[in-house]
Design a binder for this molecule. Structure first.
Ligand SMILES: *Cc1c(COP(=O)(O)O)cnc(C)c1O
Length: 359
C-alpha cells in the first residue's frame, strides 16, 4: 500500500460546460499523481498535487534517448453515479512488461492501481456525465537522470494525468478506409512492439501522416520481416471476420497485447465463435474479399473500443468490406463492451472496478 500525500489545488479550474465537444486529450483535470524513483531507495514520495508543468533539466535522459513507457485507460460514470475502471489490473501488468523491456524499475501492480484510483477519486467530479464520454487516464514513467551517457537511468518519475474526453463516435460508428503499409514497419522481433513506449509512436507517425494525406484514416501494419502478415492498425489491434471465423495476430512480441483485444476474444469465445490467434497473410485477406468472404474488419482499443473498417488498400488493390456499413458482430461487440463499461449491462466477468471514496 502506498501512503499517498494529497495536496489539493487552491485554484480549481472551471469544468467544461459542453461535454459534447471535449475531443480527446485536450484538457486536463485539477490534479496529477507523482512518485519518484531513486536507485538504492526505490519508489518513494507518492503524492497527488495540483496539475502543473514538470521542471526538467534539458539534459534529462528521456529527451535524448526516449526511455519512457505509458498506459491508456478510462474511468466511466454509470447511471447510479458510480465511477468505475475497466480491468485496471491488465494495465498494471502490462506496464510492468513495458518497464522490464525499457530497463525501467517495476511498479507493483497493486500500487499502480491504487495510484490510479486515488487520483480518479480526487478528481472524481471531472468524470463526464454525458453518454459515451469518459475520463481518459494516462499513467507514464520516464528516465530522469541528467546527462548524455547512454545507460539505464538511476532516477525515474511516475506520473498520472487525466483528461475528460468526449464520445469517440460523435456521429455514430463510421467505418474507415485503411492503407496497408508496405514500406514502413512498426515492430520487428526483438524490438519493443509489445510495449507501450513513446518510441514506438515516434517511429510510426510518418506512415500515419502519409496515409492521411491520401485520405486514409490509419495504416495497417504488416510484420516487420516479410511484410506479409497483418499485425495492427494504427494504434489498435485488428480483427478479421472471414467466413464466420475471427482472425487476429498472436501476441508474440511484435503486437501490443490490448486489453480490448483480450476482452473481445473472451466475449467471442463465450458466444461460440472460433477465434484464431496467429499469422494471417494480407494476400489471403485480399483473396477472401475477392471471394466475398471478408465479412467484417475492425480495430480494437481503449479509446475507440471498436473501429469498423470498410476498405483496405494494398499495393493499389482495394478490398471492400461488407456493404460499407458497420458489421453486425462489430456492432454487437461495441454495444456489449460499452454496456459493461458504462454499467448498462451486468458485468458477469468481474471486469469493472468501482473507485471507492477515499479522500
Ligand atoms: C494501446 C494500444 C493498443 C490497444 O490496447 P488497449 O489496451 O486495448 O487499449 C493496440 N495497439 C497499440 C500499438 C497500442 O499502443
Amino acid at each position: 500500500m502506498l501512503d499517498i500525500k494529497v495536496t489539493r489545488t487552491a485554484t480549481p479550474k472551471a469544468k467544461p460546460a459542453d461535454e459534447n465537444h471535449l475531443g480527446f486529450g485536450k484538457i486536463f483535470t485539477d490534479h496529477m499523481f507523482l512518485m519518484d524513483y531513486t536507485e538504492g531507495e526505490g519508489w518513494h514520495d507518492p503524492r497527488i498535487v495540483p496539475y502543473a508543468p514538470l521542471p526538467l533539466d534539458p539534459a534529462t535522459v528521456v529527451f535524448h534517448y526516449a526511455q519512457e513507457i505509458f498506459e491508456g485507460m478510462k474511468a466511466y460514470r454509470t447511471a447510479d453515479g458510480t465511477v468505475q475502471l475497466f480491468r485496471p489490473d491488465c494495465n498494471a501488468n502490462r506496464f510492468q512488461d513495458s518497464a522490464d523491456r525499457l530497463c525501467i524499475p517495476r511498479i507493483p501492480a497493486d500500487d499502480f492501481v491504487q495510484a490510479v484510483e486515488a487520483l480518479v477519486d480526487v478528481d472524481r467530479d471531472w468524470v463526464p456525465y454525458s453518454d459515451g464520454a469518459s475520463l481518459y487516464i494516462r499513467p507514464f514513467c520516464f528516465a530522469n537522470d541528467v546527462g548524455l551517457g547512454v545507460h539505464a537511468s538511476k532516477h525515474y518519475i511516475f506520473c498520472i494525468i487525466c483528461s475528460p474526453s468526449g464520445a469517440y463516435y460523435a456521429e455514430g460508428l463510421d467505418p474507415v478506409r485503411i492503407y496497408v503499409e508496405d514500406e514502413y514497419i512498426r515492430a520487428a522481433p526483438g524490438l519493443t512492439g509489445f510495449t507501450k513506449c513513446g518510441g514506438n509512436y515516434a517511429a510510426s507517425i510518418k506512415a500515419g501522416e502519409l496515409a492521411e494525406e491520401q485520405g486514409f484514416s490509419q495504416v495497417l501494419w504488416l510484420d516487420g520481416v516479410e511484410k506479409k502478415y497483418v499485425e495492427e492498425v494504427g494504434s489498435m489491434n485488428i480483427m478479421f471476420k472471414i467466413d464466420g471465423k475471427i482472425y487476429t495476430a498472436a501476441c508474440t512480441g511484435t503486437v501490443l497485447p490490448g486489453v480490448t483485444r483480450r476482452s473481445i476474444i473472451e466475449l467471442l469465445r463465450d458466444w461460440g465463435y472460433e477465434v484464431v490467434e496467429g499469422k494471417l497473410a494480407i494476400a489471403d485477406v485480399m483473396q477472401a474479399a475477392r471471394e466475398g468472404k471478408l465479412e467484417e474488419v475492425f480495430g480494437t482499443g481503449t479509446a475507440a473500443v471498436v473501429s469498423p473498417v470498410k476498405e483496405l488498400d494494398w499495393k493499389g488493390e482495394q478490398a471492400l468490406i461488407g456493404d460499407g456499413k458497420i458489421g453486425a458482430l462489430t456492432q454487437k461487440l461495441y454495444d456489449t463492451l460499452t454496456g459493461i463499461q458504462w454499467g448498462k449491462l451486468p458485468d458477469t466477468k468481474g471486469w469493472t472496478v468501482p473507485v471507492k471514496k477515499m479522500f
